[in-house]
Write a protein that binds this ligand. Structure first.
Ligand SMILES: [Cu+2]
Length: 135
């Protein structure tokens, strides 16, 4: 009887560190997963990352929801580029080391054309960017 109780106790003692390890692992996994989600949920923002490189934007077309705020992050993969989407009030310059972000809340649905606003070489005029805004 006593031996049995002692054995049980030892088993429980052994299982405590295992339990702690399991909890720590779960915490690590949760920690890896939740900050990003929580951050986005808190900000309530959809983040769209757009790369620019001579001579195009990638993606060259994006779709936003009317009345919903999104953050557009522009990153240059080479020289300084610009982005102007006049009807959405977007106008910025960004270079390789300095991505720029802008928040936009489209008031109207439609297709809005933008372009690179900084001369970046022979194909500069082909750098077009379309924002589709849907309801
Ligand atoms: Cu350009």
């Amino acid at each position: 009887m006593i031996f049995q109780a002692l054995r049980d106790m030892r088993q429980r003692e052994k299982s405590v560190p295992r339990l702690k390890t399991a909890v720590a692992c779960l915490a690590l996994v949760a920690g890896a997963l939740f900050p990003a989600r929580a951050g986005r949920a808190e900000a309530g923002l959809r983040v769209v990352t757009i790369h620019a490189k001579r001579f195009g934007f990638q993606p060259s077309e994006i779709t936003l929801l009317q009345g919903r705020t999104s953050m557009l992050r522009f990153i240059s993969d080479d020289v300084t580029h610009g982005i102007t989407v006049e009807k959405l009030g977007i106008d910025l310059l960004f270079s390789g080391n300095h991505p720029k972000e802008v928040t936009v809340t489209p008031a109207e649905a439609g297709d809005f054309a933008g372009r690179c606003s900084r001369y970046c070489g022979a194909g500069h005029s082909s750098m077009v960017f379309i924002v589709h805004v849907i309801r």
